[in-house]
Design a protein around this ligand. Structure first.
Ligand code: ADP
Length: 417
């Protein structure tokens, strides 16, 4: 039985859907996918979550024995059972004219079964095209057929976000396929995190080019003006504008540095209740200015990095203040215990987030409310910290308006080594 995942995305109608990750279902070659950081799914199964699904082995594969002999098949399995990449063997299914029409599952190593949550019955229950519908008629299927028919290996990069039999494939993979008997061996090396970092770095380069060049041009103009009128001081207005733009540049640089560091964690027992008390103290002035009522429920102790978890709560509460509506601001921080994890919620009655924006506010530099000051980095940091802890983060609409940000953290009592 595949344990349900917490909702991490909104469906086409904007409702959070439990059990499935964000994004458009399908199978796409790399290049289509990373147009912007927003396209990379905001959910990726963390190591701790993958570890929670302990796959049953698929049992002996008679065709592997046919091709490699019983000793060879045993050696092959021993080698690949411990292999860190996902590896699968598929056998050709041919029609009367000897053309390959589909593939049957032969062997899947534990990394494959665990990574995609594939139950043992997958092998007998599905063919490849039944399990992975987007493969039908795809270039990838044609490439599999070609590898099997010609023996020429095939390498590409592919992004999956699709059901796979009774499991689910999600992520970007370096995909290598070679011939084995009348079938193929598929190696999938997970590069999701690297690609996300790359696309975020690219977005950073774009933002740096755009946002940092504006204040620099402003400074250059001012210097020219000063050179032309050495006796005349620059106007207060221009100086104020310069201060604001250089402040924004500084905020961007600090934010990107914070983001870069937010994946590095220390591990401690963290009392979230105490962390929240510190957050309240730090944000006291802002909360008072906004006339906010902040209700903090009972929060658990978890395993994690106290500084980084504080950053998450601080960002979420500060955002609740920043994106408040005309109504008197009410913020509520609470936690519920799930079967294996804590779900921490920060609820506000502010301006809320449109359904169409809910999926990408966690992306680097993503800003939905441009008239309010900010860099669009805060929620990206929250996501990075939460995922580094093995959890996930998402946003829902609050009843009666406003937003509820929720994030999960593995329940420390089960994850402690
Ligand atoms: P910043 O606050 O610097 O713009 P964030 O990454 O913290 O960047 O937030 C990204 C965007 O998400 C914000 O620009 C805003 O549009 C939206 N947002 C974040 N928190 C809230 C909230 N509590 N209510 C409404 N919108 C929010």
């Amino acid at each position: 039985m595949v344990p349900p995942r917490a909702p991490s995305f909104w469906d086409a109608h904007g409702s959070p859907v439990p059990g499935l990750p964000a994004g458009e279902a399908g199978l796409r070659p790399y290049g289509d996918v990373h147009r912007s950081p927003g396209v990379v799914p905001s959910y990726s199964p963390g190591v701790s979550e993958a570890a929670q699904f302990e796959p049953e082995p698929w049992g002996d594969d008679p065709r592997l024995v046919e091709v490699l002999g019983s000793q060879g098949a045993a050696g092959f399995r021993t080698l690949l059972d411990g292999f860190p990449e996902a590896v699968g063997v598929l056998w050709a299914i041919r029609d009367e004219g000897d053309s390959i029409v589909d593939f049957a599952f032969g062997y899947g190593n534990p990394a494959m079964l665990r990574g995609f949550r594939l139950p043992a019955e997958t092998r007998d229950k599905y063919t490849l095209l039944e399990a992975l519908a987007p493969m039908r008629g795809s270039n990838a299927f044609a490439a599999y057929v070609e590898v099997c028919d010609t023996g020429r290996a095939f390498v590409n990069e592919v992004h999956y976000d699709t059901p796979f039999g009774d499991g689910y494939m999600l992520g970007t993979f370096h995909h290598r396929v070679a011939k084995l008997g009348d079938g193929i061996v598929v190696f999938l090396h997970d590069v999701t995190e690297e690609r996300r970092m790359q696309s975020e770095l690219k977005a950073y380069a774009d933002v740096v080019a755009h946002d940092l060049s504006a204040p620099l041009s402003g400074i250059a103009l001012l210097v020219t003006a000063l050179e032309l009128r050495p006796g005349e001081p620059p106007s207060a207005e221009i100086l104020q504008e310069l201060r604001a733009t250089t402040g924004r540049a500084r905020g961007l640089i600090d934010g990107v540095l914070d983001y870069a560091r937010s994946g590095e964690l220390t591990r401690d027992r963290v009392a979230l209740q105490d962390v929240m008390t510190e957050v309240c103290a730090d944000l006291r002035a802002e909360l008072d200015d906004a006339g906010a009522s902040l209700v903090v429920g009972e929060l658990p102790d978890v395993e994690g990095d106290p500084r980084q978890l504080r950053r998450v709560l601080q960002n979420l509460v500060a955002n609740a203040v920043k994106f408040r509506s005309e109504r008197p601001l009410e913020i509520e921080v609470s936690a519920q215990r799930g079967s294996r994890e804590w779900v921490v919620s920060v609820r506000d009655n502010g301006i809320g987030i449109g359904r169409e924006d809910a999926g990408h506010v966690f992306d680097m530099f993503s800003r939905v409310t441009p008239n309010v000051d900010g860099t669009g980095i805060g929620l990206a940091i929250c996501r990075r910290v939460v995922e580094a802890h093995g959890g996930h983060i998402w946003v829902e609409s609050a009843d009666g308006g406003g937003s509820v940000f929720r994030f999960t953290l593995p329940a420390g009592d089960e994850t402690r080594e």
